[in-house]
Design a protein around this ligand. Structure first.
Ligand SMILES: NC(=O)c1ccc[n+]([C@@H]2O[C@H](COP(=O)([O-])OP(=O)(O)OC[C@H]3O[C@@H](n4cnc5c(N)ncnc54)[C@H](O)[C@@H]3O)[C@@H](O)[C@H]2O)c1
Ligand SMILES: O=C(O)[C@H](O)COP(=O)(O)O
Length: 528
């Protein structure tokens, strides 16, 4: 029975989707060690930000195929370890955009009008109208750091509120900035000139402590800072000091370097204008339903053998591409598997050459499929589309891509793989014929025309009378049935390649006898 484990609160609609195809177990708040001890039973894991999916947990799994993050940030998943293990990681990049952007706007308004503290004061029976005079957002300058989905929506709403919006994002073009009505600025100016600064970027080694004491000192003393993105982007000790010393006028923080917020956090000792919420950015009914459905559908599809929409760790392999390239991917994988058996030994380089119609397609998926085939004899079930590039890389196999725009020999173009390694260079070319059938069209530059079959024998021999007959009778007398035979040669009576499709695998003893036949220089059994 397929089993899915859920370790964070997930909307029921997502659970219902998973229940169609799997047994769904809930272990909310499970410890790391308990998770590591039970993960071996599960095919899929569904989480939010509360579960840390560490390398140890991933390596304790044995049949885990997919980790679904019902939300955006995957910084709580060791994606590298998952990729190495061949586990797909998917998220929901857009499901909570509006929720997080609206929480940001709510934080900005709450800060400006002292809403939380005015509420507490009023509940205590006080009537402190003078104490809680605020600021308008209208005509104030907002600096948005990170102009992705959430940053862009915040900018849109802020523009509608009459704010002047500037932004910093090294990966956003001037055209895109104009489109979302944001004036691009450098980071220093943004902090120095803004009345409000809001962060909407991921936490990475480069962005950690992006807001430190130097940055805070550079801000206006009337400025307010909002972080509904990720903990760790702000040095919390420095922020506490900056607020206590009135270096800035306020902050609203939803995310923390350690969550849940620890009781010794310096932020809990701040007595000035500081609003804290417990990572609520995505906590709306709508967003929770969106992300749960989005991710559960992807988990269900992957468990059914279909592709995921938003995989984090297989770049370039969107479902549309996978669908349109199905026969091409199958050809590339088959050829990778074939050439690995013809090459034998250690391979240092794979050259992938696309010709004719193949040039029109994205090459990355074809390279990944070729590598998957190439490594599957060595790694068995462990190799998949997720980890093929990484596994090739860690084995020192470099990949060179080559596009040949010349008029193709075959109407549908061709794909050629060449390996360079311990046993010299080997090449295989293939094409897809009009009937959609895969064909191997050359082996080691010898022209052939073979449909790949489960068992094959590829020999090298001198082109002379009698060889084909000898080989045929050897196989026949050992009860190996030949389904088809093809000989490829470049010149008469020179070197030739023979490709036999056979119904059964070749016994080792028979292979030894074949190699001893006068004129046969090499014989490679192939299983596809
Ligand atoms: N508080 C919450 O509950 C909540 C909810 C959803 C998302 N988030 C977080 O909000 C953040 C933004 O999410 P998103 O969906 O907009 O992501 P996104 O990928 O659409 O946008 C992130 C943007 O950050 C930019 N960026 C990366 N490095 C940068 C740098 N050094 N300086 C400036 N910009 C940089 C990227 O170019 C990108 O445009 C993420 O960290 C996400 O995890 C939090
Ligand atoms: O990255 C995200 O999607 C947000 O941080 C939301 O996290 P949550 O799913 O734990 O609410």
């Amino acid at each position: 029975m397929t089993k899915v484990l859920i370790t964070d609160p997930i909307d029921q609609k997502g659970i219902d989707i998973l229940s169609q195809v799997a047994q769904v177990d809930h272990k909310i708040g499970i410890s790391d060690s308990e998770l590591a001890s039970i993960i071996g039973d599960y095919d899929a894991l569904m989480i939010r930000s509360g579960t840390q999916v560490t390398e140890e947990i991933i390596n304790s799994s044995s049949k885990l195929r997919i980790i679904g993050r019902a939300g955006v940030g995957v910084d709580n998943v060791d994606v590298k370890a998952a990729t190495q293990k061949g586990v797909l990681v998917v998220n929901s990049p857009g499901g909570n955009t509006i929720a997080a952007a609206e929480h940001t706007i709510a934080m900005m308004l709450a800060l400006s009008r002292h809403i939380p503290i005015a509420n507490s004061s009023t509940l205590l029976g006080k009537w402190e109208r003078k104490k809680f005079v605020g600021n308008e957002l209208y005509k104030k300058k907002l600096g948005v750091v990170g102009l992705g989905k959430i940053g862009a929506h915040v900018a849109k709403v802020a523009n509608a509120l009459g704010m002047e919006v500037c932004g910093y994002d090294p990966f956003v073009s001037t055209e895109r900035a104009q489109q979302i009505q944001v004036k691009l600025s450098d980071l220093e100016d943004l902090f120095q000139q803004s009345d409000y600064v809001t962060l909407h970027l991921p936490r990475t080694p480069e962005t950690e402590n992006l807001v430190n004491m130097d940055v805070l000192k550079n801000m206006k003393s009337s400025a307010k800072l909002i972080n509904c993105a990720r903990g760790g982007l702000i040095d919390e000790e420095a922020l506490a000091q900056a607020l206590n010393q009135s270096l800035i006028a306020g902050a609203a923080i939803d995310v923390f370097s350690k969550e849940p917020l620890e009781s010794n956090s310096p932020l809990l000792k701040v007595e000035k204008n500081l609003i804290l919420t417990p990572h609520l950015g995505a906590s709306t009914r709508e967003a929770q339903e969106n992300v749960a459905v989005d991710v559960a559908e992807q988990i269900r599809d992957v468990l059914l053998g279909l592709s995921a929409r938003t995989a984090v760790n297989i770049p370039g392999l969107s479902p549309d591409i996978m669908d349109s390239l199905k026969p091409h991917l199958q050809l590339a994988e088959t050829m990778g598997l074939l050439i690995s058996q013809l090459s034998g030994g250690q391979i240092q380089k794979l050259e992938v050459k696309l010709q004719g119609e193949f040039v029109q397609h994205p090459s990355q998926p074809l390279i990944i499929a070729s590598l998957k085939g190439l490594l599957s004899k060595a790694l068995g079930d462990r190799i998949n589309y997720v980890n093929a590039s990484l596994e090739a890389d860690s084995r020192g196999i470099s990949v060179v891509e080559n596009k040949d725009e010349a008029r193709p020999e075959f109407a549908s173009g061709s794909l050629q793989l060449t390996t360079y390694g311990d046993n010299g260079d080997h090449s295989v070319a293939g094409s897809i014929f009009a009937d959609g059938e895969l064909r191997i069209i050359s082996i080691d530059q010898y022209p052939v025309n073979v449909s790949p079959s489960r068992y094959m024998l590829v020999t090298r021999h001198r082109d002379m009378p009698g060889i084909i007959g000898k080989l045929g009778s050897l196989l026949g007398s050992n009860n190996v049935n030949i389904a088809s035979m093809q000989v490829g040669r470049k010149i008469v009576r020179g070197e030739a390649v023979m490709v036999l499709s056979i119904d059964d695998p070749i016994p080792n003893k028979l292979l030894d006898t074949i190699i001893e036949v006068d004129g046969i220089t090499n014989a490679n059994p192939v299983t596809l």
